[in-house]
Structures are given as structure tokens and as C-alpha cells.
Design a protein around this ligand. Structure first.
Ligand SMILES: Cc1cc2nc3c(=O)[nH]c(=O)nc-3n(C[C@H](O)[C@H](O)[C@H](O)COP(=O)(O)OP(=O)(O)OC[C@H]3O[C@@H](n4cnc5c(N)ncnc54)[C@H](O)[C@@H]3O)c2cc1C
Ligand SMILES: NC(=O)c1ccc[n+]([C@@H]2O[C@H](COP(=O)([O-])OP(=O)(O)OC[C@H]3O[C@@H](n4cnc5c(N)ncnc54)[C@H](OP(=O)(O)O)[C@@H]3O)[C@@H](O)[C@H]2O)c1
Length: 526
């Protein structure tokens, strides 16, 4: 009997999961609570700040991707450079996701405006999924497995701050921020130094009376373009996999200093570049240097009637470390991140060991204690999500079809410990980095068992075995030393589309302004 697979969410991860499970021959159904495809990228203008749980998208009107076109495509559906610039906003990304869904005929498998309200494991290994449509009726169905692709940036994480009840100004989380207009002429403080904080600070600063960005740790902010190319062009497969991390960090720091000069001391973190989730914003430093954004290095201590009290941790003595001072403000925006695993429709403690924030997810996919339940998209990657979402979908589909063996408990425990040790070596120690991984090694790890990781020996072998040695040399060179085009993961192994992938990889390396004729023909034949 054909296996029935339930997929929760029709964003990047849900659509990739739907495509790959259908391709593997499963009867797949994708549940989407909203009325369209695209997940978080489908912008929601109206937000009720008193009911943030009713909104799912954290995308603001000015959101610009921080991963670029050539690395962020699905591996077998390239962006056409004639229609998509190097970086773009939410409208174009949703357009692309709708084109992807149409190309692979996914729409008829998506149940829009249908929210999954519970998933219950059965003794035979299956799952009962209860969903609620617009008519308000609950429908209960049995599936052999469930893929959770419901996103992880919808439940704001708000710190408890003493005195917040006496503050008479406005307090909000970045989740509900949409445009800068309401903050014109106001004194604003933003807490946090991730991508949301930096973006929102840049949007509001030119309109506000004053803008303070409060950071306890400092951070690195990189420009989108370096020497005219997307920043990702300088962090290719060879540098990520071959160059020792310490040397690579030194090189990247030198490049950054060369391109935009050293960071102001109050912004400079103790940790090295790329040991935190990368933040990209070309005009941030300029706004700091011109005084539009004032960086406050310190901890939030409490709120007063009209302000936010900060305890300085500034080692550069702009304000003596330990000094407390009150920022007079009208608005405080907490850009303090999200609770990744607020999934009320799943059994309790599926992901976290009880009483801990640690994450028990083997390969960031398999929960330890529930079979036939898969998490897609619950990670923070140094690199774009779509190729990784797709790799998860290919890996899970192969597990479901028996092409790959289901991991044993022992393998899972070992794998979880291994990832924790990797994270400890490479990233800042904080809850924010519990699900962090480097994109290329992660995608390679998932696809290696399918023979689909474009390793150096594999691509070298293609020079002798493909019958097209010159083309194979160009591909090897582009994949290992060029911008990490996602098509690299369709060159070899199970699920390969070698002709299309090599055409995409070569065209991308050549920085051509449109899809090649070969790509157009191959895509039209699918
Ligand atoms: C401001 C911002 C900028 C970002 N920029 C980038 C970037 O440049 N590059 C990048 O790779 N990533 C970026 N991200 C990360 C972003 O989260 C991902 O790109 C992507 O949206 C995640 O896709 P997803 O499919 O995992 O989840 P989502 O896009 O969140 O989609 C999940 C879907 O599941 C649905 N859903 C949830 N629960 C249920 C339920 N119970 N029943 C039915 N449906 C349900 C939701 O309605 C939603 O449509 C950004 C995020 C933000 C907030
Ligand atoms: N343009 C874009 O593409 C874009 C824009 C926005 C968001 N995003 C993506 O969306 C995701 C979420 O980003 P995000 O910026 O919203 O969240 P985030 O990356 O989790 O960053 C949260 C920030 O808040 C700080 N913080 C948390 N609790 C705090 C506290 N109690 N006091 C002071 N500071 C505190 C963290 O500091 P510590 O480091 O010290 O913990 C961190 O600087 C990321 O994947 C990001 O890449 C992308």
C-alpha cells in the first residue's frame, strides 16, 4: 500500500518536502494554515500586536534576503538572473516559490486554510493527524509519517525585564514590526544584535529622533556586496571545507577591514567572525559612523516610566563597565529572537530533553523518541535555507522508501553528541546556536549516503568517466572555487539531474545575465 505522508506547512521546507515525497511515489498531503504558499515570506501587512500568536510571518515590508540568488535556489530550479537580482525581497521570493510549485505540480496536494491541531503517535508507528479547515470542522486522518515544516520564527522570545509594567511607552517584539512610519520623531531603543535588530535599526534610524541599539555581546555585520560580488562568493566550498577555521576567520576579517574598515570598538565582539549567525547589511556601519545609530554595549537591567536602564559592559570605557544609565525612550523593540520549538500540536518534550533547552534531534531531523516524525527547517544555518531544506526532503524521502536505513537509537545519540561537540568548537556558546550548523558540510552529510555530495574525488572522477572531460573540469572548478551554487547537489548520485546541474553551475560561474538555452530546454522538458 502507498505510504501516506502528512506535511505541515507550505513554506520553503514544506514545498521541498512535498516535491521530494511525491517524486518518491508517496501519497503526500501538505497542510497550510494560511491562504497561500510561501510560508513566512508571504508578507502579512496587518498585525495585531496584542495577539502575536495569530500571525505567523515575521517578515517586514523592507526585508531583503541575506543569502543571495545563486546560492539560495532549489538545486533543480535555478533563479533566472534576468528576472531575479543578486538579492531581493519577499515579493520575488514568493513569486519564485509559486513558480516552483507550479513547475512541479504541487498545488493540488496542498490544503490551504487548514491548520493541523494535533498529531498523535500510534502503536503501529503511524500518526493520527487532526486538522481544522475554514468551516471550523475537525478532520481526523491516519498517516504513516509526519513531516513538520511549520517554521521556527513565529513565537517571539521576550525577555522578562524588571519594571516593564511601569514603562509608559510602547514595547513590541520585532515579530510584529512592519514599517518605520509609526516611529517617526520618536526616541527608540532596539534590544538585540541579530539580523532583525540590524535591519530594523537601519530602517527606523533616519526617521527617529534617536535610535539606540543595545547589545550585550557586540557582533559582526557584513556587507551584502564585497568588491562588486555577493559576499558569499568569498566563502566557497574549498575555503569552507579545506581551509582551517582559524585561518579562514583571519582572512575574512582582513577582507572585511579592507572593504569597510575596522568596526567601532563598542560594536566589536569578543568572538571571531562567523562564530555567530551572520548578519548582512551594507549601510549599518555608515549609520553608526554618522551617529544615526548609537550602539549601547551592555545588559538591559530594568525599565523605568520613560526609559530603559542599561548596565555598561563596554570594555573601551566609553562608559565605565558596570555603570548603569537610563536611556530616555518612547519605544523599545525587542529583537531578541524566537522560540524555535513552540509546536502545540505535537506531543510534549518531543525535541528538548525535559527541563533543558538542548535539542535532541539527530541530523536536526529525527527526534530521539518518536519514529516516523521528521523535522524540516528547524536549524540556523550559516548559509541559505532552500538547498538544505531540499537535502532534508531528499534524505527523509529516502528513509521512508527504505533506500536509506532508519537510524538506530545508538546512531542517533552518537550523532547528537557529535553535533554538540562541533557547535562547541565553531560557534558562540548560547541557546541561539543550539541548532546552528555550516550549510555545506550539513547538506553534504545528508546527501553523502545517496552518493549525491559533490566531493572532490567524485567530481575528479567525472573528468575521466563522463565523456565530456572539458565540461567536467569546468564543473569541478566552479563547484570547488566559485560561488556555492546550489545546483552542485544535483550533479551526481541518487536524484541527480547532471545535465541541468552542470549547465547551471557553469552559467553561474560565468556570471551570465540570463539562464542558458540548455537550462531553458531542460527545464521545459520536465
Ligand atoms: C526577516 C527574515 C528574513 C530572513 N531571511 C532569510 C534569507 O535571506 N535566507 C534564508 O535562507 N532564510 C531567511 N530567513 C529564515 C526564514 O525563516 C526561512 O527563509 C524560511 O521562511 C523558513 O521556511 P520554512 O518553510 O521552514 O518555514 P515558514 O516559511 O515559516 O513556513 C511555515 C509554514 O507553516 C505553516 N504552519 C505552521 N503551523 C501550521 C499548522 N499547525 N498547520 C498548518 N500550517 C502550519 C505556516 O502558516 C507557514 O506558512 C529569514 C527570516 C526572517 C524572519
Ligand atoms: N535580512 C534578513 O535576511 C533577515 C532579517 C531578519 C532576520 N533574519 C533571520 O531570522 C532569524 C532570526 O533573527 P533575529 O535577529 O530575529 O533573532 P536572533 O538571530 O536569534 O538574534 C537575537 C538577538 O537578540 C539578543 N538577545 C536575546 N535575548 C536577549 C536578552 N535577554 N538581552 C539582550 N539581548 C538578547 C541575542 O544576543 P546573544 O547573541 O547575546 O544571545 C541576539 O543578538 C535568523 O535566521 C536571521 O538570519 C534574516
Amino acid at each position: 500500500m502507498t505510504q501516506r505522508v502528512a506535511i505541515i506547512g507550505a513554506g520553503i521546507c514544506g514545498l521541498a518536502s512535498l516535491k521530494e515525497t511525491l517524486a518518491e511515489g508517496f501519497d503526500a498531503v501538505c497542510f497550510e494554515a494560511r491562504d497561500g504558499l510561501g510560508g513566512a515570506w508571504a508578507y502579512q501587512a496587518a498585525v495585531d500586536p496584542d495577539a502575536p500568536s495569530f500571525t505567523t510571518s515575521s517578515i517586514y515590508l523592507g526585508t531583503m534576503m541575506n543569502s543571495c540568488r545563486d546560492t539560495s535556489a532549489f538545486s533543480d530550479f535555478p533563479f533566472d538572473p534576468a528576472r531575479y537580482p543578486d538579492y531581493f525581497g519577499h515579493r520575488l521570493l514568493v513569486q519564485y516559490l509559486c513558480e516552483y510549485a507550479a513547475h512541479f505540480k504541487l498545488e493540488k496536494h496542498v490544503r490551504l486554510q487548514t491548520r493541523v491541531v494535533s498529531c498523535t503517535p500510534q502503536e503501529d508507528g503511524g500518526w493520527v493527524v487532526v486538522s481544522k479547515g475554514v468551516d471550523g470542522n475537525e478532520v481526523s486522518e491516519t498517516y504513516s509519517s509526519v513531516i513538520v515544516a511549520g517554521g521556527h520564527l513565529s513565537t517571539p522570545r521576550l525577555p522578562t525585564v524588571e519594571g516593564s509594567e511601569v514603562f509608559t511607552g510602547e514595547m513590541l517584539h520585532s515579530h510584529v514590526y512592519r514599517t518605520p512610519a509609526p516611529y517617526e520623531g520618536k526616541r527608540v531603543a532596539i534590544v538585540g544584535f541579530g539580523s532583525s535588530a540590524v535591519d530594523i535599526a537601519c530602517e527606523i534610524a533616519p526617521h527617529a529622533q534617536s535610535l539606540h541599539l543595545v547589545t550585550r555581546r557586540g557582533g559582526w555585520v557584513l556587507p551584502r556586496f564585497v568588491l562588486g560580488k555577493p559576499a558569499e562568493a568569498f566563502d566557497n566550498r574549498a575555503t569552507q571545507l579545506w581551509v582551517p577555521a582559524g585561518f579562514s576567520q583571519w582572512l575574512q576579517t582582513k577582507l572585511l577591514d579592507f572593504v569597510q574598515g575596522p568596526s567601532p570598538p563598542e560594536m566589536k565582539p569578543d568572538h571571531k567572525i562567523l562564530e555567530q549567525n551572520p548578519t548582512l547589511r551594507g549601510d549599518f556601519l555608515e549609520k553608526v559612523m554618522t551617529g544615526l545609530i548609537k550602539i549601547e554595549r551592555g545588559d538591559v537591567v530594568r525599565m523605568t516610566k520613560g526609559g530603559l536602564v542599561i548596565k555598561s559592559t563596554d570594555k573601551n570605557k566609553k562608559k565605565d563597565a558596570g555603570t548603569e544609565y537610563d536611556l530616555g525612550v518612547d519605544v523599545v523593540i525587542f529583537a531578541t529572537g524566537y522560540d524555535m520549538f513552540d509546536l502545540p500540536y505535537l506531543p510534549p518534550n518531543v525535541v528538548h530533553p525535559e527541563g533543558s533547552d538542548a535539542i535532541d534531534l539527530y541530523r536536526l531531523i529525527h527526534p530521539l523518541h518518536h519514529r516516523n516524525l521528521f523535522f524540516h527547517g528547524y536549524m540556523e544555518l550559516h548559509g541559505p535555507l532552500p538547498p538544505a531544506a531540499e537535502a532534508q526532503a531528499r534524505y527523509t524521502s529516502a528513509i521512508l522508501s527504505g533506500k536509506l536505513p532508519y537510524p538506530t537509537n545508538n546512531e542517533m545519540l552518537k550523532g547528537i553528541q557529535k553535533l554538540r561537540a562541533y557547535q562547541k568548537r565553531h560557534f558562540v556558546h548560547s541557546d541561539r546556536h543550539n541548532a546552528t550548523h555550516h550549510q555545506i558540510p550539513y547538506v553534504d552529510e545528508l546527501l553523502e549516503a545517496l552518493g549525491a555530495a559533490p566531493t572532490f574525488p567524485r567530481l575528479l572522477g567525472q573528468i575521466f568517466s563522463s565523456g565530456h572531460p572539458l565540461r567536467a573540469i569546468s564543473v569541478l572548478n566552479a563547484v570547488w572555487f566559485g560561488i556555492p551554487s546550489s545546483a552542485m547537489w544535483r550533479l551526481v548520485g541518487y536524484g541527480a539531474k547532471a545535465d541541468l546541474a552542470s549547465a547551471t553551475v557553469i552559467r553561474t560561474a560565468g556570471e551570465k545575465p540570463t539562464l542558458s538555452d540548455k537550462e531553458v530546454v531542460l527545464l521545459s522538458k520536465e
